[in-house]
Design a protein around this ligand. Structure first.
Ligand code: SF4
Length: 489
């Protein structure tokens, strides 16, 4: 039985019980196997500064779908994180020439009265009102914590209201309290898409040249063009899902020759469904960030399609051209130190990329770690020691580490870089969907930006002298991971 036969998707804790969100240690002296086992030991913290609700990445994907209304069924404020992502939606739509501008999301704004009387009636009214006001193709009815607690039946309301609504209503179960792993968000969205936007069976023959490339919210059109360029060199055609994909286009995913993931932790739920139900095989191995990783990603696709020789030749040509372009940056990078902070795969792949550029990796902070990370950790283990901090938003640990390690550069998300910046460390945004980051082009663009940043560190030095963080001086004397409690085996 497929997970998609059930109306509610399983949480990551159940589907990937090895997933961990608390770990702090150097990798020194630990073989990959042993280290991963230690991480998987379900450690936790005695103090938690924050966490990430799965709604954050889920809304990032859902609000990108054109001609779609996201209706948040929850309390006031639930889902407000969508506003912070609006710049990506606006820029992404404009770049793709899609209709509409801002991310379109509404809320049923449940109150104390609804907690007592239930919110189902309010949800039904809101579905009808959203349909009449915006005439979308799809309404994603998203359940936050509150309906989950009071027991509103999202699926029953959607089914009962559907005859009164032109748009297709897709229930999305994303109650934040259910899972501590934000990666649950990907499964939640794919579950809704798989149940609501895919046909019961393929609607036509397979397209021998079509490749489903599973994109992520943290890559922009410029990255998609780079991957489409590389596939084009092999005579293949890239169909990008799910971010910014038209709801009517998901049917094409069932007719592709193969699917390939850009971020393994993002996609396994959906790719397995496409394989099981529609016979579309998939590759879920590497993230095309960095020189070798991009080549491996490309070659693994070539091997699947009988184009291994062509893919190897292409990778060799691209690497040689890139190497010539990187030559002017390398002298400044040699021996410089870096701290990387991001989601699981991007942080590990970026660390590998930085080592290819000549940096020494001091530490990696990853939001979570699961079995998908084993391959990348093994690659990193072969090329030196570093501190691995698994933390779903714990800036106090990060501040402690940065103060002690004093890296030359910190790469993190735009909303998380202020900790390092206020400690006087130059920062580089790890993704900006307007900048290239993926593929060979992404390596060059990141190298160019890092070179500029390291050539002019004065701003950060001055910021570090005058800006402050909220931690008492004694915290920096303590061990950064003193609040992590490793589970006893
Ligand atoms: S789903 Fe729950 S945890 Fe997430 S924003 Fe809403 S109320 Fe907060």
């Amino acid at each position: 039985m497929s997970y998609l036969d059930s109306s509610v998707p399983p949480i990551r804790e159940r589907r990937h019980p090895e997933t961990a969100l608390a770990h702090g240690a150097t990798r020194c002296g630990q073989g990959p196997k042993r280290a991963v086992c230690a991480i998987m030991a379900q450690a936790d913290r005695s103090f938690t500064q924050g966490s990430i609700c799965p709604l954050l990445p889920a809304l990032g994907i859902m609000t990108s779908l054109p001609e779609t209304v996201v209706l948040l069924h929850g309390a006031v404020g639930c889902g407000a994180c969508a506003n912070g992502n609006n710049v990506n939606i606006r820029a992404g739509r404009a770049a793709r020439g899609q209709p509409g501008q801002d991310a379109l999301w509404l809320s049923t704004t449940l109150t104390e009265i609804n907690v007592i009387n239930g919110g189902e009636e309010r949800l039904a009214e809101a579905l009808v009102a959203a349909d009449q006001a915006y005439h979308p193709k799809v309404i994603l009815a998203v359940s936050g914590c509150l309906p989950g607690v009071i027991g509103d039946d999202l699926d029953a309301v959607a089914a009962q209201t559907q005859p009164r609504v032109q748009a297709k209503i897709l229930p999305v179960h994303c109650e934040g309290f259910k899972s501590r792993f934000m990666a649950t968000a990907y499964d939640v969205v794919y579950h809704a898409v798989g149940r609501g936007l895919l046909p019961d069976q393929s609607t036509g023959p397979k397209d021998p040249l079509a490749v489903n490339v599973m994109n992520v919210g943290s890559m922009g059109l410029v990255d998609e063009k780079e991957l489409a360029r590389l596939l084009g060199e092999l005579g293949l055609k890239a169909n990008f899902f799910p971010v910014f994909a038209d709801p009517d286009s998901f049917e094409l995913a069932t007719r592709a020759r193969v699917s390939i993931s850009v971020c393994p932790t993002h996609d396994d739920y959906f790719l397995e469904h496409l394989r099981e139900k529609f016979g579309v095989p998939y590759i879920i191995k590497h993230m095309p960030i960095g020189i070798k990783n991009t080549s491996q990603w490309l070659i693994s696709l070539g091997q699947e399609l009988g184009l291994a020789k062509e893919a190897r030749a292409l990778a060799k040509k691209e690497e040689a051209e890139l190497e010539r372009a990187l030559a002017e940056f390398r002298p400044l990078f040699a021996g410089r130190t870096a701290f990387v902070s991001a989601g699981e795969y991007r942080s590990l792949a970026t660390a590998l990329l930085l080592r290819e550029l000549g940096f020494k990796i001091l530490a990696i902070r990853s939001f979570h770690i699961d079995s998908f990370a084993e391959v990348e950790l093994a690659k990193l283990d072969q090329t030196g020691d570093f501190i691995l901090n698994v933390a779903n938003v714990q800036p106090f640990e990060e501040a402690n580490l940065i103060k002690k390690l004093q890296p030359d550069i910190f790469l993190g998300h735009w909303h998380g870089n202020s900790t390092a910046a206020r400690l006087g460390v130059p920062t580089q945004v790890i993704y900006n969907s307007g900048h290239a980051y993926i593929g060979y082009q992404g390596v060059y663009d990141l190298a160019r930006r890092l070179h500029r940043r390291l050539s002019h560190p004065e701003f950060y030095a001055r910021l570090g002298r005058y800006a402050h963080l909220p931690y008492r001086p004694g915290w920096y004397e303590e061990e950064a991971f003193s609040h992590i409690r490793e589970a006893q085996s």
